[in-house]
Write a protein that binds this ligand. Structure first.
Ligand code: SAM
Ligand code: SF4
Length: 331
């Protein structure tokens, strides 16, 4: 199997799959209070159909697959999907991004199905604020999920924190401090203008007012004297540092201020069966019809890679780069 190189010299080895647009939380920066207009189930790919897409992708050089959403753990066949993807020849790693609400009971079955590791979203350490940001989530379930992931050796564990001005931008030092005693990799992420243009309620209308750059984030934890380290497994676009003597690391992901498009190695598959070349780019290629007719998917796949733009055009203070929200694209 050879890598497939896009027109800008990038090997496309990584596929992010949104298993569902549905979610058991409603984070204020990701969805409106009442949720989105869910895609009809008949329009979403079935487990068998997803498997066919991954098999095709694996023949075109994809070696790592991440399952996301929406919330991937609400998919009723999540364990079976992981098991089947992990057994595709050439697929070296299956990982998952989750809010961890259901991870307490699923971590071990997922590990048994050969899931490699998990990224867990955690935007605050404050119980009440967690419930407010997620509109109903229980932070104790996240801690249970993290403990279960550790017991199941789903490592390295990464904690993803989107920093939002006025919401959790006072918590960087406390979150960074977690890495001193835990072998966790906390990654601070810039808020992106994806889909969230409307008034989504709870005082969260415009991301541009809420954007915090990674430079500002770094300044907030300057007292820790963080030192650059070699990239942690699968830390992808994060710039990674360590507090001297700490077990874990602190990373910064700057899709806007210091974008990483030159090394972008990914394609996205949306829950409704579209290959999306770039987060910001709606130049999607639908596979659904071909997959349902049992036709080969290679031409679609190749075209999606050829459609990858050199870089995205999102601006921190600009309009939304995409009409589709993060949960629909597969954040
Ligand atoms: N539900 C899962 C979760 O929350 O981890 C997976 C899907 S969620 C869309 C994936 C990641 O996207 C989460 O870490 C979430 O915080 C992040 N996210 C959602 N909207 C975002 C935005 N506008 N800017 C930056 N990150 C965002
Ligand atoms: Fe759901 Fe994840 Fe979006 Fe929060 S960030 S609403 S958990 S999809």
């Amino acid at each position: 199997m050879k890598d497939f190189i896009d027109p800008f010299g990038r090997s496309i080895t990584y596929l992010r799959i949104s298993l569902t647009d549905r979610c058991n939380l409603r984070c204020v920066y990701c969805m409106p209070r009442d949720g989105l207009q869910w895609q009809p189930r008949a329009e979403q790919l079935s487990a068998d159909e997803i498997l066919r897409v991954v098999e095709t992708a694996s023949r075109w050089g994809v070696r790592r697959v991440r399952l996301t959403g929406g919330e991937p753990l609400v998919h009723p066949l999540i364990v079976e999907i992981v098991r089947r993807i992990a057994s595709i020849p050439n697929i070296e790693e299956v990982s998952l991004t989750t809010n961890a609400m259901l991870l307490g009971r699923l971590a071990q079955p997922l590990a048994d199905a050969r899931l490699s590791r998990v990224n867990i979203s955690l935007d605050t350490l404050d119980r009440e604020k967690f419930t407010r940001i997620t509109r109903g989530g229980d932070i104790d379930q996240v801690w249970e999920g993290i403990a279960a992931a550790e017991r199941a050796h789903l490592a390295p564990i990464k904690l993803n924190t989107v920093i939002v001005r006025g919401l959790n931008d006072d918590e960087l030092p406390a979150l960074a401090r977690l890495t001193i005693v835990h072998e966790w990799h906390v990654r601070f992420i810039e808020l992106m203008p994806v889909g969230n243009t409307q008034d989504w309620g709870d005082g969260f209308p415009t991301p541009s007012e809420r954007y915090v750059s990674v430079q500002e984030m770094r300044a907030q934890i300057s007292a820790f004297d963080i030192q650059p380290v070699q990239t942690v497994i699968g830390n992808g676009p994060a710039r990674t540092f360590r507090i001297p003597g700490a077990l874990g690391t602190v990373g910064f992901i700057s899709p806007l201020g210091e974008h990483f498009c030159d090394t972008c190695n990914r394609l996205r598959l949306t829950a409704d069966g579209k290959l999306r070349p770039c987060l910001d780019n709606s130049n999607e290629i639908s596979l659904r019809e071909a997959v349902r007719l049992g036709q080969p998917l290679d031409d679609h796949y190749r075209q999606a890679i050829l459609n990858k733009p050199q870089h995205h055009k999102m601006l921190a203070t600009g309009p939304a780069g995409s009409q589709r929200g993060m949960s629909q694209i597969g954040g």
